[in-house]
Design a protein. Structure first.
Ligand code: ZN
Length: 302
């Protein structure tokens, strides 16, 4: 093998390696990990920082997060302050200019959707309120997840132009699968006759609003603040006057306050629900997740 053929061999080798290199995606939440995997398929490698069974608001910037983010081609975050307590520290530690906010390598899911529960008065994270930019739990709404999937396919196409058709095709399949389920979820939820529920945190508001169930109260006095004795008494009153039949407790919260309210108000079921993909071992997809919440309202899930 002469010098020229060695060069040709090496350039072919490196071209193959480069062309096969996957887009290295790091997501903050497990929902966004599922979404990036669904849209990115074989052309991406996806790692998520938060488990589906963890409260996403209250985490610390771990060294393992910094290491993962330092190697990412694309960081997919939720936005609306969900990661505000820890992601800025991770970004500072990672020193990866490709994924800083505002760059092509940082996709913020909430940027393309309309938020709900935006506070009318000035609230502060220092007061314990973790929703001062509006409700960040956007991936609990199947319709908003569809919008995010399409936007993510566009972003991936910009980062990996050769994969544009592939990402569009995969996003299309994802959108079609979710869209096909929504009408039956609507029918089943309506058939339960449940029009109001109490939840622990405002995690389920996008889901409930989508399916015309009113979030009538919360066990937390403010988002991110542990239930107080006074607030529990107020919520017992809300449950009685509102004839509440169901309390949904997100599975990373304690259900003691819910039990107290159910005992005092009477006629109330308590259901603990996963609120993220991976929130329980058998919740592997968005359809699994939404299906489980529908079943909880129906009274069918364990
Ligand atoms: Zn929240």
């Amino acid at each position: 093998m002469n010098f020229k053929s060695i060069c040709l061999f090496l350039s072919a080798f490196f071209w193959t390696q480069t062309s096969m290199a996957k887009v290295n995606i790091v997501t903050t939440t497990s929902d966004l990990q599922a979404l990036a995997t669904a849209v990115g398929g074989e052309r991406v490698a996806v790692d998520g920082l938060i488990k589906g069974s963890q409260d996403p608001h209250h985490l610390e910037a771990k060294p393992s997060f910094v290491l993962k983010v330092s190697h990412a081609d694309l960081l997919v975050s939720n936005g609306l302050g969900l990661e505000a307590a820890w992601l800025p520290k991770v970004l500072a530690g990672a020193r990866n200019k490709n994924i800083l906010p505002g760059s092509l390598g940082h996709f913020i899911a909430a940027e393309g959707i309309t938020a709900i529960d935006i506070p009318l008065t000035n609230v502060s994270r220092a007061d314990g309120d973790v929703h001062q930019e509006g409700n960040p739990h956007i991936t609990l709404d199947p319709e908003r997840v569809i919008i995010i999937a399409s936007a993510l396919a566009i972003r991936l196409s910009e980062l990996d132009k050769d994969g544009a058709d592939y990402y569009q095709q995969r996003a299309g399949v994802f959108v079609k699968e979710i869209t096909s389920k929504i009408p039956s979820w609507k029918v089943r939820l309506k058939a339960t006759g449940i029009s109001k529920v109490i939840t622990y945190h405002k995690t389920l508001n996008y889901f409930l609003t989508r399916f015309q169930i009113e979030p009538a109260g919360y066990l937390e006095p403010h988002p991110g603040v542990t239930p107080t004795a006074r607030h529990i008494l107020d919520t017992i009153s809300t449950a009685k006057t509102g004839q509440i039949k169901l309390i949904l407790v997100e599975n990373f919260f304690d259900d003691t306050a819910a039990k107290r309210i159910a005992a005092e108000a009477g006629g109330i079921r308590i259901k603990t629900v996963p609120v993220a993909v991976g929130g329980e071992p058998d919740i592997q997809t968005f359809i699994d997740l939404y299906e489980r919440i529908v079943q909880a309202v129906e009274g069918k899930s364990s």
